[in-house]
Design a protein. Structure first.
Length: 481
C-alpha cells in the first residue's frame, strides 16, 4: 500500500471520475476508476482521492461522513485525516491517488489493470465443483423447499464444503458459505460478480427495480442514491422519529412482560421495522405497534412470497397465464404504486414551497427527490419508486428476522447481555433510550452487537434497538424465535 500522500508508481492511467459540480462540499464522495473503489474529499489542500474501502472490514468510505477534519467510516467509526489518509489512534493509512480538475471534470490517476499471468489462471471451473445430484431437466429445483431454504443450503454446505454448486433447470448456481470468500465476492460487486440473472427482470416487472436488483453502472448509481439519503448527516435529523418508535416497542414489551405473556419477538420486530421504515421513508406513521396492521403492510405481504416463487420457478408461468395469486399480487402492487405516487407528489410540493428541506431532509423520500446522479441530474421516477419499494420490503422481513436472530443469540450469551446492560447503565444513567443521535453513537458495545449481526443493514435502526433497556433480555421472559 502506498504511503500517505505518495504518488502511485507507474504504470498508471488517468481516469475521469466525475464532474466537478457533483463533488461539491467536503464530501465524502464515492467514485470508481478502472474497477477501483475510491473516495474523494475536499481538504485544506484541495481535492484528495483515497482508496475507497476501509482497511478494517471493507466498508465503502464514501458512505461515511466528514467530521472535524476526519473522514469517518460508517461501520465502526474509524477516523482518517482528510489530508494524508492516516488513521487517528491507529497505524493504518489509506492509499492516496493523484487527483486533478480540468475543464469542469475531475480525474484520478490509478494503476493500470495488469493481465494475470498464465500460471495464475483459474484452477477449477464450475463443472469441477461438487454438489447435490439433481434430476434431468429440472436439476435440484424440487430439493429446494422454499419454507426451509436456509436449512437446505446449510446442509449442502456441511456435505459439500464452503464452495459448491446446484442446478436450476439449465442454470448453474454457485454457493459460497465461507465468510472470507463471501467478503471478497461482495467487494468485487458489481464489476466481477452479479446476482442470479433472473433477479433483475423479476423485480423490474413487479415495479421494484431498485438498488437491491440493479447491476453494473445502475447499481453504483442507485447505491449512491440510497446511501446518500441514509448518510450520517441525515440520520441525525431522522433520529427523533426513530426514537419515538423504539419507545413504543419498549412499552409494548414491558406490558407483555407484566402480563406474563410470551413475546412473539419476530412479529413485534416486523411491526417495529415497518413503523420505522414508513416513518423514515415517507414521514408516514402507520403505528402498527399500537394500532394493529396497516393496509399497506397487508399489501406488502403479497410481494416477497411472489418474488421467491418467481425467482425459483422453472417456467415463468405468470407471463403466460395469470393465476389467482398473480392477480392478487397485481392488485396489491397497483394499490402500493398509487399510494407511493401520492406521497411523491406531496413531497415534491413540500420541497417546492420549502427549498430548505433539500439540505436538511426530514425523511428518506425528501432526500431521494433532492439527490442527483453523477451528472447532476435528478433521478427518474422509476428509480425513486423502485427504491421506495425496496426500502419497504427490506425494512420489514430482512431487518426484522436479523434482529430476531440477534436477540436469540444474545439470550444464549449471558456474558454479552451483561456487557450490554453495563454499557447502557454507564452511558444512559436513568434514561431508557438515548436522547439523541450522538448519545446512541457512543454506545460501543451496542454498536458492536449491531455490526456483528448485520453486515450491511440499517445501522440507525439497530442502534436504537440495542440502546433500549428492554425487558426482552431478562431471563424470566420466554422467547419463540
Amino acid at each position: 500500500m502506498p504511503a500517505a500522500g505518495s504518488t502511485i508508481a507507474a504504470p498508471s492511467v488517468r481516469v475521469r471520475v466525475a464532474r466537478s459540480y457533483a463533488l461539491a462540499g467536503a464530501g465524502p464522495h464515492a467514485v470508481a476508476a478502472n474497477g477501483l473503489d475510491l473516495v474523494i474529499v475536499r481538504s485544506s489542500q484541495g481535492l484528495r482521492a483515497f482508496q475507497g474501502r476501509c482497511p478494517h472490514q471493507g466498508a465503502l468510505l464514501g458512505e461515511g461522513e466528514i467530521d472535524g477534519g476526519a473522514l469517518v467510516c460508517r461501520n465502526h467509526r474509524w477516523r482518517f485525516d482528510v489530508n494524508d489518509g492516516r488513521r487517528q489512534d491507529g497505524p493504518e493509512c489509506l492509499a492516496c491517488y493523484p487527483v486533478t480538475e480540468q475543464d469542469g471534470d475531475v480525474f484520478v490517476d490509478v494503476p493500470q489493470r495488469v493481465a494475470a499471468p498464465a500460471d495464475a489462471a483459474a484452477k477449477r471451473t464450475i463443472a469441477d465443483l461438487s454438489g447435490p445430484r439433481g434430476w434431468p431437466v429440472v436439476g435440484n429445483l424440487f430439493q429446494l423447499d422454499l419454507a426451509r431454504l436456509h436449512e437446505v443450503l446449510e446442509g449442502w454446505a456441511r456435505e459439500y464444503g464452503p464452495l459448491f454448486r446446484y442446478r436450476l433447470g439449465s442454470h448453474w448456481v454457485v454457493v459460497i458459505s465461507d465468510p472470507g470468500m463471501i467478503e471478497q465476492a461482495l467487494r468485487a460487486r458489481p464489476q466481477t460478480f452479479r446476482r442470479l440473472g433472473n433477479v433483475e427482470p423479476v423485480f423490474r416487472e413487479m415495479g421494484v427495480a431498485g438498488v437491491f436488483s440493479a447491476e453494473g453502472a445502475a447499481w453504483r448509481s442507485q447505491r449512491r442514491l440510497t446511501m446518500e439519503a441514509l448518510s450520517p448527516r441525515h440520520q441525525r435529523g431522522f433520529y427523533p422519529r426513530l426514537r419515538s418508535v423504539a419507545t413504543r416497542l419498549l412499552a409494548r414489551w414491558e406490558r407483555e412482560a407484566v402480563n406474563g405473556e410470551p413475546i412473539d419477538v419476530v412479529d413485534d420486530l416486523k411491526r417495529f421495522t415497518v413503523d420505522i421504515t414508513t416513518l423514515l421513508t415517507f414521514g408516514y406513521d402507520v403505528n402498527t405497534l399500537e394500532q394493529g396492521d396497516d393496509v399497506i403492510q397487508r399489501r406488502l405481504e403479497h410481494v416477497f412470497p411472489a418474488f421467491t416463487r418467481r425467482l425459483f420457478a422453472l417456467i415463468p408461468t405468470w407471463r403466460i397465464i395469470r393465476s389467482p395469486a398473480d392477480r392478487r399480487l397485481d392488485r396489491a402492487l397497483a394499490e402500493i404504486r398509487t399510494w407511493l405516487e401520492q406521497l411523491v407528489h406531496e413531497a415534491r410540493q413540500r420541497l417546492a414551497t420549502e427549498p430548505g428541506r433539500a439540505a436538511q431532509p426530514s425523511d428518506f423520500l425528501d432526500a431521494m427527490i433532492s439527490a442527483t446522479d453523477e451528472s447532476g441530474r435528478p433521478f427518474p421516477d422509476e428509480v425513486i419508486f423502485g427504491n421506495l419499494m425496496t426500502m419497504l420490503l427490506a425494512g420489514e422481513d430482512t431487518t426484522a428476522y436479523t434482529l430476531g436472530w440477534a436477540v436469540h443469540e444474545l439470550c444464549e450469551s449471558p456474558a454479552s447481555v451483561s456487557a450490554l446492560q453495563r454499557e447502557l447503565d454507564s452511558m444512559l444513567g436513568a434514561a431508557r433510550i438515548p436522547e439523541d443521535f450522538e448519545s446512541a453513537q457512543r454506545l460501543t458495545f451496542a454498536g458492536a452487537v449491531a455490526n456483528e449481526a448485520m453486515p450491511c443493514g440499517a445501522v440507525p435502526i439497530w442502534r436504537a434497538t440495542w440502546s433500549v433497556r428492554s425487558c426482552c433480555l431478562r431471563p424470566k421472559m420466554r422467547f419463540e424465535v
